[in-house]
Design a protein around this ligand. Structure first.
Ligand code: HEM
Length: 412
């Protein structure tokens, strides 16, 4: 791959603060294949949407390994843990997702997320009160990260005070999602990721064993004890599923909240509107998922047979990257796509993916972000950015600022 290849520029950290010019260029070649053995990169909305629904496209970790992307499988497989349902195809995917789903809303009681509004608001209020007398905060460390971590810990039944322990295992696993990191990964990195998954699995196994003996009102207890029609998961399946939920449950939402506040501070008229018009929040969050999606691309698909996209034959076994963030700004799909417009009527974005792997946690992520942004808009007096653009996290897949300095005059 040459230095200036487009694929390289998608993952290049230098473009992290503003990857959208690269995506514009990318869309000129809707099926881009730059070199032998490299991925087929898909960037138009309709093609991505179609491929996410196409059963010839596989999410199976074993197929990805066969396509030459080994590091991931090594880190997925280790510790004897099977891949999570994110990395499986039907029928296994569907069975495990159904079981996880019934743990989030067992038939014998209301769905967990629906009843959480008050609790979420309370956590948000506590975090904003915690700014104290400060007139400048790092929104990531002091708000956008601790909020979803607290929520997913409570939901799953993981002690919140263990966060520093699991953080050390989550970081290398999240880094291994980034194709750039995977390409440059040496055996040392692969080993670190493998060990991290194993350690996290062992830590969760301890909690799961406690729940098997003494169930509580949490998702882990319901995963272990299985109330749905499919019965209970095996312990290995419980562990893979809870690792997935723990990581997916906060590593993405932190970026939606942070990207959201950054976008609002760049559009102060919309921020002011939200302050007076909290009902704007649901539509605003959907537009954010289109305009600045926390999951920029899905690089872990392969095709199980030859397929044709726009006259290009993608041979069986090829790796496919679906660049959700490019599809979200495709002018063939959205009018004036580079404009942030919370009044957009037609907003079927790709921010949560689509098809059978569509985000499992979308209702929770939406509610968390709606409450977070509404409360920040309502309570911070005259908020402004300390640095624009802010420093970004390395990751090209899960994209968002590492820090977001915000200055303000007081707390209402
Ligand atoms: C899947 C985005 C929050 C759990 C996905 C996918 C996307 C996504 C794009 C599809 C991946 C693919 O097709 O390969 C997001 C965003 C979030 C968010 C942008 C926050 C703003 C959450 C939360 C949870 C969660 C809070 C857990 C409570 C999952 C799971 C899957 C998934 C389990 C796999 C679904 C499957 O394979 O069937 N998410 N997510 N996500 N998400 Fe989320």
């Amino acid at each position: 791959m040459t230095q200036d290849s487009i694929v390289r520029r998608i993952t290049d950290f230098a473009n992290r603060a503003d990857p959208y010019p690269v995506y514009r260029e990318l869309r000129r070649t809707p099926v881009l294949h730059e070199e032998e053995g490299g991925p087929y990169v898909i960037s138009s909305y309709w093609d991505i949407e179609a491929l996410l629904h196409d059963p010839r496209i596989s999410s199976d970790a074993a197929n990805l390994a066969a396509a030459g992307d080994d590091t991931l499988l090594q880190s997925e497989e280790t510790g004897g843990l099977p891949p999570s349902f994110l990395r499986l195809d039907p029928p296994e995917h569907d069975r495990l997702r159904r079981m996880a789903n019934s743990a989030f809303g067992p038939p014998h009681r209301p769905r967990r997320i629906d009843g959480m509004r008050g609790e979420l608001r309370e956590i948000v209020t506590g975090l904003i009160d915690g700014f104290g007398e400060a007139r400048e905060v790092d929104l990531v460390d002091q708000f956008a990260y601790p909020f979803p971590v607290t929520v997913i810990c409570r939901l799953l039944g993981v002690p919140r005070e263990d966060e520093p322990r699991f953080r050390a295992w989550v970081d290398p696993l999240v880094a291994s999602l980034d194709p750039e990191t995977r390409r440059e990964a040496d055996e040392e990195f692969a080993k670190t990721a493998r060990e991290a998954r194993m350690q996290l699995g062992m830590y969760l196994a301890g909690l799961a064993e406690e729940r098997a003996k003494e169930p509580r009102d949490d998702v882990l207890s319901d995963l272990v004890n299985g109330h749905g029609p499919d019965g209970a998961m095996t312990m290995m399946e419980v562990l893979s599923t809870s690792i997935l939920l723990l990581i997916a449950g906060h590593e993405t939402t932190v970026n939606l909240i942070t990207n959201g506040m950054l976008t609002l501070l760049r559009h102060p008229d919309v921020l002011e509107r939200l302050r007076h018009e909290p009902d704007l929040a649901p539509r605003l969050v959907e537009e954010l998922l289109r305009y600045e999606p926390p999951v920029q691309l899905v690089p872990q698909r392969t095709c199980v047979t030859d397929i044709e996209v726009r006259g290009v034959t993608i041979p069986k076994g090829s790796r496919i990257w679906l660049v959700l963030a490019a599809g979200n700004r495709d002018p063939e799909r959205f009018a004036d796509p580079e404009r942030f417009d919370p009044d957009r009527e037609d907003i079927q974005h790709l921010g949560f993916g689509s098809g059978i792997h569509i985000c499992f946690g979308a209702p929770l992520a939406r509610l968390e972000t709606q409450i977070a942004l509404t409360e920040l808009a309502r309570r911070l007096e005259n908020p402004r950015l300390v640095q624009d653009p802010p420093p970004y996290r390395e990751n090209a897949v899960l994209r968002g600022p590492r820090h977001l300095g915000i200055a303000f005059d007081g707390i209402r």
